[in-house]
Design a protein around this ligand. Structure first.
Ligand code: BGC
Length: 451
């Protein structure tokens, strides 16, 4: 780091703007707690940025759920259809198919999107001879949804790369059922709609009964947690509910949409936001998740190249193009052994920047580390906020998403920062949750079938 400061003072100065010290982390937690409280309470919910949606999932799995279920997973870069067989607590078979979603489907009319989903489901069922099996299906739909029941969710806004028209304000379960009915070639029972965070929590809880949080750091970012039903004012009859707990989908990506995070945002964050398809929305998510990390790094590099500080004399137009620096490059660059820059050189080469200047590559890595460290710090603030809100002293946190899964240091960075904030007061474990969107959807479908 000293070397960066001496050799690349300009880069150092930029990266300093991304630093968040413990005081600021505590301030973020404080503000997030306030926003959550607003989301949960009936009076303030309509103007809250963090909606804290009721999921209608009130039971965690017992580990005794069995049977065959279908799951649909829409929300990341791909769409998936899965057949989940819960055979025993230790044996879960998942057979799945991934389908790429074209930009025209992601951004076109909603009917086209749902016809595409139904088409994939139908092809999958035909391949597996399940057309008339009438299996229960869980729909993992990873966007902010206002639910009024386990199988009724209205899309509030698209996030990530989606902007399919005519879906916002509609019940997406109905859109799915209609699309299936239009085809008329298969029998399935759509029994539940869920967020990927809920699926992740359920999937983790199948093995770890003390799992109380599900978090995603992937294309987008979000978390859900187990709240006391008596605090869930948005649930009709919450005071007299028989069931003590409710999973709450925080939709923390929207934290900061009202300006409360401006004190930590940089020029680069604002630049990335301005050119996104949903400006001024999902502010916290844009500081954390995979859809934006690469773009933040790209903006910094381009500025330093334009100032002739980095990769001097190397001409590259490639990097000036938006989206060219993918978040997986950060993962690759940070996977280099200390003092080695093999991946870094390869990544830059693939972007048309041929260089063996190790100092430059060291600076590049420093920029990547800056962005991923800040992401992990912010995610750690979110987790600590939820842990303090629940006031639990021992828990597991189920986590999924490409950034957490593939970044070589993300897990360690999360732990370091959580340890700093929790200071030994809570025993916690961060667990990679295996396929929450598939297995979690099946578990919810199974839990629904149990009632
Ligand atoms: C969505 C959430 C989702 C998260 C992770 C966000 O953009 O709003 O519903 O859980 O991405 O996929």
């Amino acid at each position: 780091m000293d070397e960066i400061q001496t050799l690349y003072p300009e880069a150092y100065r930029i990266c300093q703007q991304f630093a968040i010290d413990q005081n600021r982390m505590e301030e973020i937690i404080h503000r997030m707690t306030r926003e959550m409280t607003m989301g949960l309470a009936k009076d303030t919910h309509p103007r809250a940025t963090m909606k804290c949606f009721v999921t209608y999932v009130q039971d965690l799995p017992t580990g005794r759920e069995r049977g065959n279920y279908l799951a649909l997973d829409l929300g990341g870069t791909n769409f998936r259809v899965l057949l989940v067989n819960l055979e025993s607590e230790s044996t879960v078979h998942i057979d799945g198919q991934t389908y790429g979603i074209s930009k025209s489907v992601m951004e076109g009319p909603g009917i086209k999107l749902f016809d595409f989903i139904a088409q994939c489901l139908s092809d999958f069922c035909k391949d597996h001879k399940l057309e008339s099996a009438n299996l229960p299906l869980g729909f993992t739909f990873s966007f902010p949804c206002k639910q009024v029941g386990i199988d009724n969710g209205t899309l509030v806004a698209w996030t990530k790369g989606f902007k399919s028209e005519g879906v916002v304000n509609k019940n997406v379960v109905e859109l799915l059922r209609d699309a299936i009915a239009r085809r008329g070639d298969l029998k399935v029972k759509v029994v539940a709609i869920l967020n990927d965070t809920t699926g992740t929590l359920m999937s983790c809880a199948f093995h770890k009964p003390n799992c109380k949080i599900g978090m995603i750091v992937g294309t987008g970012s979000n978390a859900c947690y187990v709240e006391k039903t008596s605090n869930v004012e948005m649930l009709p009859g919450y005071q007299t509910s028989q069931k003590p707990y409710m999973i709450i989908n925080c939709e923390w990506g929207a934290f900061g949409d009202n300006g409360v995070l401006d004190f930590i945002r940089t020029r680069y964050d604002i630049e990335v936001d301005n050119f996104s398809i949903n400006p001024k929305k999902q502010v916290y998510e844009k500081c954390i998740s995979g859809m934006y990390m690469g773009e933040l790094v790209r903006n910094i590099i381009v500025e330093l190249m334009d100032k002739d500080v980095l990769f001097k004399g190397v001409k590259s137009k490639g990097l000036h193009e938006r989206g060219k620096f993918e978040t997986r490059f950060i993962t690759e660059i940070e996977s280099d052994e200390p003092g080695r820059f093999r991946n870094a050189a390869m990544v830059m080469d693939s972007l048309g920047i041929r260089t063996s200047n190790e100092k430059d590559l060291m600076c590049l890595r420093y920029i990547c580390e800056t962005v991923s460290t800040r992401s992990a710090k912010l995610a750690a603030c979110g987790l600590v906020c939820l842990i303090r809100k629940m006031n639990v002293k021992d828990l597991s946190v189920g986590i999924d998403g490409s950034v957490y899964r593939f970044h070589p240091h993300y897990h360690r960075l999360l732990m370091e920062n959580m340890n700093l904030l929790l200071n030994g007061t809570v025993r916690y474990e961060l667990v990679l949750s295996e396929d929450g969107s598939g297995r979690g959807a099946a578990l919810i479908a199974a839990v629904c079938a149990r009632d």
